[in-house]
Design a protein around this ligand. Sequence first.
Ligand SMILES: [Fe+2]
Length: 234
Amino acid sequence: MFEELFGISKQVLFPHRWETSLITSKTAAKPLVGNQSADYILSLLSNPVEHEDLLIIKDGTYCRRDAYTSGGRCIKENIRELITQEGCAIYLRWLEKYDSNFNTLANRLNAELSPFTFSFCLFYAPTASTLFDEHFDAHDAFIIQLEGSKKWQVWPAIVADVEAVSSPHFYTPMVRAHVAEHAPSYEITLQAGDVMYLPRCTIHRALPTDEHSSHLNVWMTPRPLHKFIWGDVK
Ligand SMILES: [Fe+2]
């Protein structure tokens, strides 16, 4: 499943490229992940959505939750309006909680790549909508472009490691300063079906093209070190 979904051989990734090199490829599993449009996202929002799983963003700012939820439930008409009228982007995290197909996919990847765990985030952005400023993440990421296109700029990592998932936030001023002084070392516009592997800590920024965009961001997280039990070595 891993190789079909990401178009990347495990034999290539793990001995040589994991945590060190950006890789681009094409998915061979397009029918599996589908064309996930705004209508698809809205169809998932009939059940209550946990706090922070759904983010609606305009010009880098999060919309207030009471603009699109009431009593823990999403107001779909408001969300549709925010997308179509206001040009807001949608970010739905942990897609596997809301779509059983992605739950099956995540379980298969977890079993295949144990002790790594996989989770899916779905981004949908109408034309000219930017999601996040330059940043890096504490986990590896596979970006799968589903519809439209998105331009990515990438800078090499400025830290070799971070202690926790939340740690990258502490580096925001450092990342901004670095990006202001250095041109990106790599730029690519991903088209539908394209895949990009971003090693953790790699600085990246996604920019809109002149068409809408939906992409999956698949997190590949290693097992936290504190869960290891060290025995006596004899
Ligand atoms: Fe990111």
